[in-house]
Design a protein around this ligand. Sequence first.
Ligand code: GLY
Ligand code: MN
Ligand code: MN
Length: 463
Amino acid sequence: MFAKKTYEQRRNKLSRQVKSGLLLFLSNGESPMNYAANTYRYRQDSTFLYFFGLSFPGLAAVIDVDEERQTVFGDDVGMEDIIWMGPQPSLKSRCAKVGIAATRPLVELSGVLQQAVRQGRKVHFLPPYRGENALWLEKLLGIRAGTVKDYASVEFVKAVVAQRALKNAEEVKEIESALTVSAAMYREAMAMAQPGIYEKEIAGWIEGIALAGGGQLAFPAIVTVHGETLHNHYHGNRLREGDLLLIDSGAETESGYASDITRTVPVGGRFDPVQRSVYEAVLDMQLTAITMIRPGVSYRDIHLKSAAVLVDRLKNLGLMKGSTAEAVAAGAHALFFPHGLGHMLGLDVHDMENLGEVHVGYDDKTRRSQQFGLAYLRLARKLEPGHVLTVEPGIYFIPALIDQWRNENRHAAFIRYDKVEKFRCFGGMRIEDDVLVTPRGCRVLGPPIPKATAEVEAAVGGG
Ligand code: GLY
Ligand code: MN
Ligand code: MN
């Protein structure tokens, strides 16, 4: 939790940005795993956390912009809760720490909102992503849960994004502390990448490090010898000499800030010559992208430059041909790089994705492409100082996609399908780091995690 004035400043700035009406914030509830009392680890909604810093369920908050009133609605625990949870600080004392003096019982929320609606005042709310909160909004505002998202306030969304997108020094420090945990996770994971070990052993070990860091994983870890499956959460394979192991994981600090790192390592500690060439191509894509990051440059242009590096490298390997610029314009590279270069990072690993990528990664001047590959780019807009984003290019050989494109003869002017065939069992590689946009350029955040081939081989071989 930050100092009281951080939350006060954030809320006051928000109130100035939204012209009038009531801003409604809902906390996340507990989320059951398999029956009501057996819950997942509690995770507060990130926007609630950002503006109110309170990380427990059963809360709502209202900022009355016109009357300059900020109220948290919630209840103190009763004896039954104390028996199971132990004594808890009062709501008033918790709210005082984040600069909120006015608290009211949760049951009064509905009356406050209904009165505002009767007076013809606007109640701004954010699009819900949990079913329970969609139902809660239905109850509070009388809008059917199935359609409530359509009534979310774009003005409120834009004001929240405008603030949360720009990380200040204390937030960057939190992200770097998540990255310090990541560095420990990768040190262990790389050393464990030896023949005979199961993916699940590494997955379990690194999750333990994230928990021991005081937080948790920022998202379920990807630890796989099938990196060509982008979000592969199966951990049952046994590592063999010669496999490539892709590990994409992040830590979340106690305060909720995330890291997001990917490394691809050779099991046993030696890249073979072909693996080395493909790895160096991915690294070139990433380092080229990082050198371009500075205010005023659009992330779409950086994504496309990274794609051009890929095409040049694959031409050298004999897998692509023709004009690099034309291949990228046509989207031919997406056979090997079918996702975007990165996304914003903050309190969410895909920061604010629940508020709509169209408002986070795009803006009025930057529209999403419909082209396969480029359409998955989560961040395309011009960069500003304070943005924190991931840079995560990859090269993948996805057999089903290769077969589909070859059968259609898709982009045959740029792809040498006969040569690609030899790579169909290669797998996939990705390298991901987290980068802060600074006034003049950028800074790769966190302690260094082995990335050059020799460093990666040493980190694995040293195990
Ligand atoms: N693991 C999700 C991502 O890197 O975006
Ligand atoms: Mn990742
Ligand atoms: Mn990522």
